[in-house]
Design a protein around this ligand. Structure first.
Ligand code: GDP
Length: 194
């Protein structure tokens, strides 16, 4: 995918602020600090478009990135950050849930997990939630550069088993450091944004 333009158009706190031009949307979900911002930056060839290592759990907004004037990446706030209050968590839950279950423009969700570690229970819940609502999922197992290539497949197998991944769902090994997996991700996304 050639990135001709990429810009953040809105950090939405409510539905009224979502874009109204009906372009397809690909949402990105994952626990705080998993590497979601780094993934977005790498995919869009930007160093700092999505803020990396900002305080985890801080941005409780849906950030819409318009790409090539043709589709959006929608960055969903990271989950699983312990210091978020119960009230905040509930607010987060409601906004995300209604976006994911009710947004017609949403074509697919990219669920980002860490290739090094067993997916968390929150990762499993998110995957099950998406499957329950029949939302197409693409799993990205990132930070691959942190383990030797010879162990990638073994780790990917553990990720798939813990998530109880279904056959139709791609699991792509990725690194925001090296860019491994990037073209494969664009190929899969390509199917959803036509
Ligand atoms: P977010 O909270 O999910 O948006 O996570 P960030 O993108 O801010 O990443 C969290 C930390 O992990 C940062 O220190 C990143 O530099 C680091 N990181 C993210 N992706 C990778 C990766 O693919 N490889 C390595 N080695 N570090 C990564």
């Amino acid at each position: 995918m050639k990135i001709k333009s990429a810009e953040i158009v809105i950090s939405a706190v409510s539905k009224a602020q979502y874009p109204e031009n009906s372009l397809p949307e690909i949402a990105l979900a994952g626990r705080s600090n998993v590497g979601k911002s780094s993934f977005i930056n790498k995919m869009l060839n930007r160093k700092n478009l999505a803020r990396t290592s900002s305080k985890p759990g801080k941005t409780q907004t849906l950030n819409f990135y318009l790409i090539n004037e043709a589709f959006y990446f929608v960055d969903v706030p990271g989950y699983g950050y312990a210091k978020v209050s119960k009230t905040e968590r509930a607010k987060w839950g409601n906004m995300i849930e209604s976006y994911l279950t009710g947004r017609h423009e949403l074509k697919s969700v990219i669920l980002i997990v860490d290739l090094r570690h067993l997916p968390t229970n929150d990762d499993v819940l998110m995957y099950q939630f998406l499957k329950h609502y029949l939302i197409p999922v693409i799993v990205i197992a990132t930070k691959a550069d942190k383990i030797p290539r010879g162990k990638w497949e073994k780790h990917a197998k553990v990720v798939k088993e813990k998530l109880a991944i279904e056959k139709e769902d791609p699991v792509i090994i990725f690194s925001s450091e090296t860019g491994v997996g990037k073209e494969e991700v664009w190929q899969v996304i390509g199917k959803w944004i036509k």
